[in-house]
Design a protein around this ligand. Structure first.
Ligand code: GLU
Length: 210
């Protein structure tokens, strides 16, 4: 079982996300990663192994701070545990990032179709297909990010809890789930997202189990 954490608000999301991921360590994981909207781009950092290794890498980075961010601890199902297969996965243009808990069963035919359409995949994961599919739909349908995610999810078979951030619509965090758990915490002008309530309860008592 992997761990998902997301934040939308006025505080710096990175410490909240790292703190939350540590609270989810009990679920087990093989790698971890974060993506934060830094005011212009989605900046991400990923690492195989413990969260402390990710933190060491983050110390060398300057541009990863902002009020919108997501983080993930991965339990690999598709693709070996390594830095590239770790989440978040970003779209071809790098402006949409996704974290995912679960399995996309029909990822292979969708991936082949997207490759024909010019998409280049970096990882071996089922998850990366989702973010490319969302981007492809958003570009072709010229729709909102929300609508692109809704349409993409209507095409996939499997189990998922996902959280998505994008520099194209940088005031939003979009979350969805089917079969995998996902919890939203509602604070004062801020929102928290997580696989379970453990990372959220220190910030707010208002918790919605989607
Ligand atoms: N199936 C995805 C992967 O292998 C997500 C695994 C998870 O739930 O951590 O990357």
């Amino acid at each position: 079982m992997c761990g998902i954490v997301g934040y939308l608000g006025d505080r710096d999301s990175l410490p909240i996300i790292l703190n939350g991921l540590k609270r989810l360590e009990y679920r087990g994981y093989d790698s971890s990663g974060v993506a934060v909207y830094n005011g212009s781009d989605i900046a991400s950092c990923k690492s195989k192994g413990k969260i402390s290794k990710l933190e060491k890498q983050l110390q060398k980075r300057k541009n990863i701070s902002g009020g919108i961010g997501i983080g993930h601890t991965r339990w690999a199902t598709h693709g070996e545990p390594n830095d590239i297969n770790a989440h978040p996965h970003v779209s071809q243009n790098g402006d949409i990032a996704v974290i995912h808990n679960g399995i996309i069963e029909n990822y292979e035919p969708i991936k082949q179709e997207l490759i024909k359409r010019g998409h280049q995949f970096r990882s071996e994961t089922d998850t990366e297909v989702l973010v490319h599919l969302i981007e492809d739909i958003k570009q072709n349908e010229e729709c909102s990010l929300y609508e692109a995610i809704r349409l993409a999810l209507s095409k996939v078979i499997g189990a998922y809890a996902i959280v998505v951030v994008s520099s194209l619509e940088p005031t939003k965090v979009i979350a969805a789930r089917k079969s995998s758990p996902l919890v939203v915490g509602i604070g004062k002008d801020e929102f928290f997202f997580a696989s379970d309530a453990t990372p959220i309860i220190e910030y707010t008592q208002k918790v919605v189990y989607l």
